[in-house]
Structures are given as C-alpha cells and as structure tokens.
Design a binder for this molecule. Structure first.
Ligand code: NDP
Length: 321
C-alpha cells in the first residue's frame, strides 16, 4: 500500500463505503477520522477490512481544538496524506433553535464547514498533505462531498428554504449565540445545512485558486446522488423517509444507494480521470456505469469577491488567521 487517504465521517453512510472500497483496493492506507472510534471499529469488522489497511483516529469537527490535535497527531506520527476526503456533515431538520458547538458556533456550519476549513488549511500549512508532486495522476487531492441543493438554480436546490449567504452579517458579527445563520436571519436548520454546503463549494474553488497550482494539489467536489435513506436523514419523519426516495427516483432521478454514493466518492478520491482542480462532479443517472460530467457550482459559489471575504471571516473565526 503506497498511498494514504483520510476520510472524515468514515463511521457511517457514504464515508464508510468509501473507506471500505479504498481499503479493499489494496493500494490505500485508510485513516478513518471519526467522532466515535468504537463505531468505526465495528464498521471495519463488519467489512472484514485488512487490519494493516486502516487506522482509526478520533476527530470531532465540532471542536477546533480536536481538529488541531488531529492534524498535530498526523504530523507527530510523520503521516503524509495523499488524499483527504471531507465527507462528515450534520443536519438536524427538526430543530427550531440552533445547537452550538463547544466553540460557540452554530453546529451545521461549524462541523460541515469551519472544521474542514481549519483541517485542510493546517494540513497544507504543515505539509501533512503531500505537496509538490508532479502534475498528473499521482497528484495529491482534497475531495469535498457537496450537494446539488446548494444551488438554487437546480430542481433540488429550488425547494425552499434556498441557500443564500446574503452579506454574511452573522459571520461578521462573530457567529455566536444568539446568531444561528450566516446571514444573521431567523434560524432554519435546512437552510443552515445548505448554506454550509455553499461554503464548502466556495472553499473548494478558493483553495484551488490559492494552492492548486502552487502546491500541485487537486481540490474538487462531487454530488454523489441523493441517498435519501442515509443517516443524514435520520431525523426526518417516517413518511418523508419513504416518499423522498420515490421523489428522488422518479422526479429528480438522483436516488442512489449508500453503497454507490460511497463508490463514487472513492472514485473521485483515487482515479486519475477526476484529477481536475476546481471541478464539481455530478453523474447523469443512478447506475454504477452512469456517465459523469463536470458542472458549475452555484452562481453564489462562483463569486470571487464573496469567496475572499468568506475566507477572511472564516480564518478569523477558526483562529487560522
Ligand atoms: P451520514 O449521517 O451517514 O454520515 C455523516 C458522517 O458525519 C457520520 O459518519 C457522522 O458520524 C459524521 N459526523 C457528524 N458530525 C460529526 C462531527 N462533529 N465530527 C466528526 N464527524 C461527524 O450521512 P451521509 O453519509 O449521507 O453524508 C455524508 C456526506 O454526503 C455529507 O457531507 C452529506 O452532506 C453529503 N451528501 C449526502 C447526500 C445524501 O443524500 N445523503 C446527498 C449529497 C451529499 P457518526 O457516524 O458518528 O454519526
């Protein structure tokens, strides 16, 4: 095994399948970066993963200290990472009030975006992500799991509440209680989740602009299809969990199994055809051989002025600045 991949949230859903596929490929050392190591251990046992092929490391993306400690451990253990898959995310669709992390930030934005922002930046800064390889298929890679719902110009993205960072007054004001939204508006959990995914799309593009060429790292994102019955939907009511897959199968034609979504993530993480900096990958169809194509991220996520401002605000709030 010559290459190392770190996958956040590898203890369930898309992340666990990606971890399984990369471990079974025989080429990858897989680091499962998870908030619950016991759960990850059970996943590894369930799939009978070769013990030499994986390592479980604790990471709570809702704690900036935990992110720092994770990256420090990699560094102290002299582990160099070829590919980082930023997969973990949280969404609490039934919440009427924001949850706050130990750092005092709204949870969806903090876990899905702030944690990954700090993690990637620290890993680039201390060269934990292998820099300066020859451009080509051995290039190092950072992969984000995005979602089509970040884009209000798509059918799934049109369903209210739509993503919109506004003028980012919430971030500007410090993003602490009672603020629960990036635009400082009334708290809406699904919008908070979608907004966090706009931030992820912006982050991917901005990292590509800042470090893609300079460090020869490919930054990319994918929409693996809609896994309407994964853990992410665990809080949705029973009727939703049965109707939504039907909607996704016949209307948006995006319904895929957790397993296929995991395979797609593993492919983008490892195959040379996906080594294209700044690309957002999306499949046309729900089969394992469905064609894949490159698409634009949302209009808002292409706004470079907004991207710069978001970067500055996030660097300040995460203590990276
Ligand atoms: P899951 O809920 O099954 O997986 C989410 C993972 O994130 C879990 O492993 C969870 O850990 C982990 N996680 C949550 N909070 C934290 C935290 N604070 N620190 C570290 N890890 C954390 O959902 P999916 O597999 O469906 O989602 C994976 C990714 O795919 C997400 O980024 C999601 O936004 C994206 N996505 C999902 C789609 C879908 O239809 N499901 C569609 C498009 C994108 P634990 O195992 O302990 O719960």
């Amino acid at each position: 095994r010559t290459k190392t991949v770190v996958i956040t949230g590898a203890s369930s859903g898309i992340g666990k399948h990606a971890a399984k596929d990369l471990s079974r490929s025989g080429e990858w050392n897989v680091i499962m970066a998870v908030r619950n190591p016991e759960k990850a251990k059970k996943v590894a046992e369930e799939y009978d993963l070769d013990e030499e092929s994986y390592k479980i490391m604790k990471l709570d993306l809702g704690s900036l200290e935990s992110v720092r400690s994770f990256v420090n451990t990699l560094r102290n253990d002299r582990i160099t990472v070829d590919t980082l898959v930023c997969n973990a995310a949280t969404w609490h669709p039934k919440d009427t009030e924001p949850r706050y992390t130990v750092d005092g930030y709204e949870e969806a934005v903090a876990v899905n975006y702030f944690g990954h922002f700090l993690m990637v930046n620290l890993m680039i800064k201390n060269s934990t992500i292998r820099p300066n390889l020859q451009r080509g298929q051995n290039q190092s890679r950072v992969v984000f799991i995005g979602t089509e719902t970040h884009n209000p110009d798509t059918l799934p993205g049109k369903i209210p509440p739509q993503a919109d960072l506004g003028d980012m007054q919430g971030l500007e004001a410090g993003f602490k209680e009672p603020i629960g939204m990036i635009n400082a508006g009334k708290f809406e959990p699904t919008k908070a989740y979608k907004d966090s995914k706009v931030c992820i799309s912006i982050l991917m593009k901005e990292l590509d602009r800042r470090y893609g060429r300079q460090n020869n790292i490919t930054f990319t994102t994918l929409f693996p299809g809609c896994v309407a019955d994964s853990g992410l939907f665990r809080e949705k009511r029973g009727w939703f969990r049965s109707i939504f897959p039907v909607f996704q199968t016949y209307i948006t034609k995006q319904y895929v199994s957790e397993e296929l979504a995991g395979l797609r993530a593993a492919q983008v993480a490892s195959e040379s055809r996906f080594a294209r900096g700044g690309a957002y990958w999306r499949w046309q169809g729900t089969k394992s051989d469905s064609p894949v194509f490159e698409k634009d991220v949302s209009y808002e996520a292409l706004d470079t002025e907004k991207a710069n401002r978001l970067w500055e605000l996030t660097a300040k709030l995460t203590g990276f600045a």
